[in-house]
Design a protein. Structure first.
Length: 153
């Protein structure tokens, strides 16, 4: 067991740091900005309308309703507070994006070690435009994950 951790230690440490960093981002984003921030005003309001069974569409929103429908499906478990809606994105970045990216990278670089692929996956998930918005209720995180999944063979 100790040998396995020595050999995979840097990769495990990177994964732990990514998970903790994203968790801290989510925590502090909600602590410092408990109310909708910037464009979240539109997205949170639309999702909360869906959670109440109000299907009216806000004409200021230019994206498909996928994120709001996903939030509606998860609402019996998570609720529809600002923090719960933000969690939907943070979970996508921490739980789903790494699996999708790892699978794509494994296909693109079959000779690479799993450790190298995991490190590359974590680097891509940590890119500032994707990482920062994962703490907010924006459509970017899920649209990126679903686009990448659609590219997977």
């Amino acid at each position: 067991m100790a040998f396995a951790f020595k050999r995979n230690g840097p990769t495990a440490l990177a994964a732990i740091c990514f998970f903790l960093g994203t968790t801290l981002l989510f925590y502090f984003m909600n602590l410092k900005n408990p109310q909708p921030y910037m464009d979240e005003i539109f997205h949170v309001r639309q999702a909360q309308h869906y959670c109440r069974g109000n299907w009216d569409w806000d004409p200021a929103i230019t994206t498909p309703p996928g994120l709001y429908l996903l939030s509606l499906v998860l609402s019996p478990i998570l609720g529809c507070s600002v923090g719960a809606l933000r969690f939907v994105n943070a979970a996508a970045l921490v739980l789903i994006a790494p699996v999708v990216l790892f699978d794509i990278l494994k296909q693109l670089h079959p000779q690479s070690s799993n450790n190298a692929l995991i490190m590359r996956t974590l680097s891509m998930c940590s890119l500032p435009p994707l990482w920062f918005v994962s703490g907010l209720y924006y459509t970017d995180t899920w649209s990126t994950v679903l686009f990448l999944q659609s590219q997977d063979d």
